[in-house]
Design a protein. Sequence first.
Length: 271
Amino acid sequence: MLPGVYRATKKDGTQYFRGSITHKSKHISLGSFSSEQEASDAYQLAHRILHDSSLTLESYLDCPSRLPFQKWVILINFRDNGMYIKTPIYLRKNFFQYYFAIDDFLTFDIDDLFYYSTRSISRRGGHLFVADYGMQVNILSRYGIKNYAVVGRDYRFVNGDTRDFRYANIEIINRFHGVSHMEQDGKEYFEVKIHWNGDFLVGRYADETEAAVAYNKAASTLIQKGYIKEYPINYIEELDGDEYHRIYKSVSISERIRSLTPLPAHTESRK
């Protein structure tokens, strides 16, 4: 067999060829190929990448390759930075970039390197996910951003680059469900709305925590009166049980919600 090539057999008896290379005592799989020559070409290219510093990430566009771009990134990063990472990450000074294509990448703080070096990022419906302990986890959750959050309303990218996920670049505007930070005539306040008969105004509050509790109180009231079966509830980490119940008892919500007549049992209104 040619260097770096191994014959393998599928369960149905079909033969194929695997390519691999060992560099700095690290054995690196290059993938599966239909012919010995293709696997050998991949091996020869990998060897060149690992020893020829003139090849860059951008060189992929001009170099016919048996290797997928993600593997190209892995090899060049290993060559330039001396660290083998199994996901398509290229290390920069104090940050790294996770590549999907040469002009399609995400930027992260170096503190997140271990997390993303062991988890592949996938896209679905405009969202970014990783598989974490068998679950699909939205990467925004690492920043305390809820699944219902809307960019530009609930959080923003400070430098305008929606691919830059460094912590200093992500500003959370609204932490809680139903709560929006507002400003008028130089005064800041928090407006609470709940989805019932459209987006219904629960109230306006000077404090964000109080506003979050007000939303919970409005949700609980509507549920108890039989108008809606369930709402997402705000979990407020900074409040202990006694403080939460004190605010819950004292906070005011819309009179219209408080004065609703309870629906008969087994009846539900979804306006």
